[in-house]
Design a protein around this ligand. Structure first.
Ligand code: ATP
Ligand code: MG
Length: 382
């Protein structure tokens, strides 16, 4: 059996993709600004913000990679230092890390901040170059009384040479900086990455699946299914986790391709939302509509035309001795289930009827749970 993966490591969180799909314009703009500053020997500072999984870290690391290449015959390569401040939320720890990046390894204790800055200055003098310091997850650091951001924004004046800064945080943290540092991050120096919409996530998934998976091992619909699941948060990391998990499940089950059931199983594991208690809270019509939907979602399909589900619902209602509800009530029931986050509704488009899906857990599992529940469950008025 051919493997699902061709390069699984490219779905690893540590892997940095050569392209950031849909962020090309922002990336080019930021790269140009840093390059043009470096060519003049001037520093440039930027604050980059965005939600969880919006690609901030990847953006910063790609920037470092691009800046390391000389830009044309007169361009100067920029030496970057990437520091994640989440666990280094004091000036001392950030300085220790910066020192390491110039090859100076100091013990954690025994040196004061001013002394460390002197040693850093000597280290930087030995290898003069335009530099970029990336402080990722800088939120906690700037909420302390940090001096390091101030020092780095004044690098030229304090003898540290030309150091540019890229601060990365989920939200605007400039208010926490002292006025002098803040003034070096003017209005144009804040880039807020917009949240990924469903179509953006689909583009990212298509690109990353192309790198990691054998072509033909994932039906096209699967990318729609995953991007719909990740769209409410716009989190690309979660979308990739779903893809990788589903692919691994298919591989372990020796399946020829990834199926929507693999994705549902991952969603049910990573973000369980359709609990027994939630099912317990649904009325009979809702349960029967869900049962009908789960019976129509077989095989590689992630969605069923709404009309087909309604027909199946009528059959299921009859099977369990219930009077089928009207078309209007059926539709209201579907909307209710959508609001509960249990079913996905794709509205009708010209040439394509409306469709329903259920991506919260494997359809086979849901069907079994619902069939176990009926008909022993006492009938309840809707
Ligand atoms: N535009 C994109 N193209 C390709 N891959 C992307 C893109 N955006 C994000 N990714 C991938 O999605 C994952 C999450 O991105 P990243 O870690 O950069 O997000 P983040 O904004 O730093 O998240 P957090 O707020 O949790 O730190 C990474 O694996 C990254 O490679
Ligand atoms: Mg990050």
């Amino acid at each position: 059996m051919a493997s699902i993966f061709t390069a699984e490591e490219t779905l690893d969180p540590a892997y940095l993709p050569p392209r950031l799909v849909g962020r090309e314009k922002e990336f080019r703009q930021v790269l140009d600004r840093y390059r043009s500053a470096a060519s003049k020997g001037l520093p440039h500072h930027l604050l980059l913000t965005g939600g969880i999984g919006s690609g901030k870290t990847a953006f910063g690391r790609r920037l470092a990679q691009e800046l390391a290449r000389p830009d044309g015959p007169r361009g100067r390569p920029v030496v970057s230092h990437y520091i994640n401040c989440w666990r280094r939320s004091t000036d001392r720890l950030v300085l220790l890390e910066l020192l390491r990046s110039v090859g100076v390894y100091l013990p954690d204790k025994g040196y004061g901040v001013p002394e460390m800055i002197d040693i850093l200055e000597q280290g930087l003098r030995k290898a003069p170059a335009p530099r970029l310091v990336i402080l990722d997850e800088v939120g906690t650091l700037v909420r302390q009384e940090t001096k390091i951001v101030y020092l780095l924004t004044r690098s030229g004046e304090v003898g540290l040479g030309s150091i540019s800064l890229l601060l990365i945080a989920p939200e605007d943290v400039l208010a926490f900086l002292d006025a002098a540092s803040r003034s070096s991050f003017g209005v144009s120096r804040h880039l807020a990455l917009p949240r990924y919409a469903k179509e953006d996530l689909r583009g990212i998934l298509a690109y990353r699946a192309g790198l990691a998976l054998r072509s033909g091992s994932y039906p096209d619909e699967l990318l729609d299914q995953i991007s719909a699941l990740a769209a409410p948060t716009g989190d690309a990391r979660f979308a990739l986790e779903l893809l990788q998990g589903a692919a691994r499940a298919a591989e372990e089950g020796s399946a020829p391709e990834i199926s929507p059931e693999h994705v549902r199983a991952m969603q049910g594991t990573l973000r369980p939302s359709l609990s027994e208690e939630k099912l317990e809270g649904l009325d009979d019509t809702q349960l029967l509509v869900l049962l009908a939907l789960s019976r129509t979602l077989r095989g590689p399909r992630t969605r069923t035309p709404t009309g087909t589900v309604r027909l199946a619902y009528s059959a299921v209602a009859e099977e369990y001795g219930r009077e089928p509800v009207s078309r209007v009530t059926f539709w209201r029931t579907v909307r209710g289930l959508e609001q509960e986050g249990i079913v996905q509704v794709d509205p009708a488009r010209p040439g394509r009827p409306g469709r329903l899906g259920m991506d919260e857990l494997p359809v086979a599992v849901l069907r079994r749970r619902l069939e176990d529940r009926f008909p022993s469950r006492p009938s309840r008025k809707t």
